[in-house]
Design a protein around this ligand. Structure first.
Ligand SMILES: Nc1ncnc2c1ncn2[C@@H]1O[C@H](COP(=O)(O)OP(=O)(O)O)[C@@H](O)[C@H]1O
Ligand SMILES: [Mg+2]
Length: 365
């Protein structure tokens, strides 16, 4: 389980000081545009590794005009215990994380928390470039396999070095070998974890009674199949060297993997579906992810659904809320009007956000 039972914000974005006590119900946040709703769930997203939901720098998240730095603390009830998580940036420097008061790495944080999100920019996920789909995929993978964070860091580090050699037109093969070994090792782990996660999501979609359409998912490399073994990947890097030298960067490997999606029942690629259908496919994947985690690990993710009712008709919206309640998930949702969450009745807790002279204020009606 994962439930946020208290949340404190200090000088984070439009907030000065916030102290919230929460119960385990889903959280419906409403208020006018620009009042500060998304800022709250962005803060929750910083309870997981990475740059958070908006991929913003720590500096951008400093409350202006004071620019003092910021601090987010929360109490998280997980399956076995209650954690106190602190995420801090002093003067806008990169954020530091503490669990129960002890400084820890973001990789370590992945072992304790699982946070998934859908945000309005993902309405274009199926039609834009592969990078955002890969990022979406990797958050799912991370939720199943916390070590994915380590493998990704190690792969990227070695690739940066390799790309530097390529840019400097270094031709000596033995300079490449050690880096490519490292990349093949972590790259294979990345590929395997992604394949397993996609299989698990497919299974969790197939076995569910849900109103959301099944997304058929497939991992693809621009050039043919995924290398299956470390040796295959090693060969692929070696064979690509000549071409990579010409462009000055690495052109093969898991950093080029794309996730293809289709509306299974119609056999239509997700990119050709209507905006509403595209959104429904994403919701289907997120719910399958939550279901699978609950089954496999007894660990329920926090899910952040920004402006969730856009592109969902009333029936679908009701179906989503029902599934959230049935799964007993603490979903954090935003919308401009409280009526957008009326189907919850008293099964959700509400936060009302207003802007008062440039400072966001939260009341719990
Ligand atoms: N670093 C910052 N310091 C102060 N205010 C900020 C900062 N970043 C964003 N804001 C303000 O936060 C508000 C937007 O909050 P947001 O949560 O996106 O609103 P919404 O309720 O529409 O989701 C805007 O008024 C913006 O000016
Ligand atoms: Mg918003």
């Amino acid at each position: 389980m994962s439930f946020v039972t208290s949340l404190n914000l200090s000088h984070f974005r439009s907030y000065k000081h916030v102290h919230l006590k929460l119960d385990k119900r889903p959280v419906a946040i409403f208020g006018a545009n620009g009042s500060g709703k998304t800022n709250i769930i962005e803060a929750i997203s910083l309870f997981s590794p990475g740059r958070g939901m908006r991929r913003a720098s720590a500096e951008a998240m400093m409350r202006r005009p004071e620019s003092l730095g910021w601090k987010i603390t929360g109490e998280l009830e997980t399956t076995d215990r209650t954690l106190e998580i602190e995420s801090v940036s002093e003067n806008g420097t990169s954020r530091q994380v503490k669990i129960d008061g002890k400084p820890t790495s973001q990789v370590e944080l992945a072992k304790h928390t699982r946070v998934l999100w859908l945000i309005p920019s993902m309405d274009r996920l199926w039609t834009e470039g592969a990078e955002s789909r890969r990022r979406f995929l990797d958050r799912i993978v991370l939720s199943f396999f916390p070590k994915h964070a380590e493998h990704s860091l190690s792969y990227e580090k070695a690739m940066r070095e390799r790309n530097r050699l390529l840019k400097e037109q270094v031709l000596d093969a033995h300079w490449y070998a050690a880096l490519e070994n490292q990349m093949a090792k972590s790259g294979t782990a990345i590929d395997r974890a992604r394949i397993k996660a996609v299989d698990r999501i497919s299974q969790a979609q197939a076995n569910a009674s849900t109103q959301f359409p099944i997304a058929k998912l497939e991992l693809r490399q621009r050039e043919g199949t995924l290398p299956e073994t470390e040796a295959d990947l090693l060969t692929a890097f070696a064979e690509s060297r000549f071409r990579d030298l010409a462009v000055g960067r690495t052109m093969v490997g898991p950093h080029k993997t794309d996730m293809y999606g289709a509306y299974a029942a119609k056999g239509v690629p997700a990119s050709d579906c209507s905006t509403g259908e595209q959104k429904a496919l994403l919701v289907s994947i997120i719910l399958a992810n939550a279901r699978a985690l609950a089954q496999d690990q007894g660990a329920k993710p926090l899910i952040l659904l920004d402006e969730i009712s856009a592109h969902l008709d009333t029936d679908r919206r009701g179906a989503l809320y029902k599934e959230i309640c049935d799964l007993n998930l603490q979903a954090w949702m935003t919308g401009t009007e409280p009526e957008l969450f009326s189907e919850f009745g008293n099964k959700a807790q509400f936060l009302y956000v207003t802007d008062q002279d440039g400072t966001s204020i939260i009341s719990q009606p």
